[in-house]
Ligand binder design. Structure first.
Ligand code: SF4
Length: 193
């Protein structure tokens, strides 16, 4: 059984060909990129030890699970979630720490990531997810709420299906429409335009 992760979905959103190069041809991104990923993971681990109880209390959280690794066989999706928060009325929500500054906008990729986490939580805990939270660590732990509705969840499911189309049929997807992404792309020498 092959599973994909929210990170791979985000790579796909950047350019559909990433999935083809990484998961079909098994060509990894370069060392420098890997180094950044490892550095990101270390930061991720470090922030796990920080106690943010006051944030959880502020939003009425009644229980939590930290650093949860969840799998959905139905969606063929797996992911590690910083925190799963539980609320009254059978509700739950993902909470994700961003080691960055709040830039007054929620990136589409973050919305997608949280919709995918929401699907994982709903299936694993049989709870309804209607919102997700981001904590911007470098902006005094600014807490941002994202509404997660049916539209976001359906879009997330559709994107996962599109990725499996590439993986199962081994077809070479179209390049990104935004050519400026190609200039410093690891795979630019492999791409034909
Ligand atoms: S070079 Fe451009 S089209 Fe090719 S993988 Fe990179 S971003 Fe996508």
């Amino acid at each position: 059984m092959i599973y994909i992760t929210p990170s791979e979905v985000i790579e796909y959103m950047f350019c559909p060909r990433f999935i083809y190069y990484m998961n079909v041809l098994k060509i990894e991104q370069n060392e420098e990129d890997r180094h950044l990923v490892i550095k990101g993971r270390n930061i991720h681990n470090a922030k796990m030890v920080q106690n943010k109880d006051y944030i959880r209390k502020k939003i009425g959280c009644v229980d939590k699970k930290i650093d949860e690794y969840l799998i959905s066989e139905k969606l063929r999706l797996k992911g590690r979630i910083d925190e799963v928060l539980f609320f009254e009325n059978n509700l739950a929500a993902p909470l994700d720490y961003k080691y960055s500054f709040w830039q007054n906008k929620i990136f589409t990729t973050y919305k997608m990531q949280q919709a995918l986490y929401s699907l994982l939580i709903e299936e694993n805990y049989k709870k309804k997810v209607e919102r997700a939270y981001l904590v911007y660590v470098r902006t005094k732990n600014k807490l941002i709420e994202i509404k997660i509705g049916k539209q976001q969840k359906d879009k997330a499911k559709k994107t996962v299906e599109e990725i499996f189309e590439i993986l199962e049929k081994n077809y070479f997807p179209n390049p990104t429409k935004y050519k400026n992404k190609c200039f410093d792309c690891t795979y630019k020498n492999l791409c034909e335009f």
